[in-house]
Write a protein that binds this ligand. Structure first.
Ligand code: SF4
Length: 117
């Protein structure tokens, strides 16, 4: 699977892009939108939320969650929601781990500084 909306995922064979390679302007637009209707199209709809809070350090648990996300059409909206969470330190959002979201948050902050200058 290749990039979708600027998001790609671990193990993506068709691309060397990283999960942190995001379309930052589109991500920021999703963060601002407040629209939650994307949840209706989520690949994980109906699944237990706990599935996306894998036990980190257990590769099979993490890989299973990321595999679902890799086929999800609303990853960037989900990532935006994860970044908007007050406590966004845990879980999988938009197919990214908390560590990857820290990288993405820095990219968002850098982009905002650049456009504000
Ligand atoms: S990207 Fe988000 S909405 Fe889509 S399957 Fe993963 S956790 Fe669910």
């Amino acid at each position: 699977m290749g990039p979708v909306d600027g998001l790609t995922f671990v193990g993506s064979p068709a691309s060397k892009s990283k999960p942190t390679d995001v379309n930052v302007p589109r991500l920021i637009a999703a963060m601002k939108s407040g629209d939650r209707s994307w949840r209706l199209d989520a690949k994980c709809r109906g699944m237990k939320p706990s599935f996306f809070w894998p036990e980190f350090g257990v590769p099979a648990s993490l890989a299973a969650a990321l595999a679902v996300c890799s086929e999800c059409p609303v990853r960037i909206e989900c990532l935006a929601a994860g970044l908007n969470e007050l406590d966004h330190s845990g879980g999988i959002w938009g197919g990214t781990t908390p560590e990857q979201r820290r990288v993405i948050r820095r990219k968002v902050a850098k982009y905002r500084r650049r456009v504000a200058a």
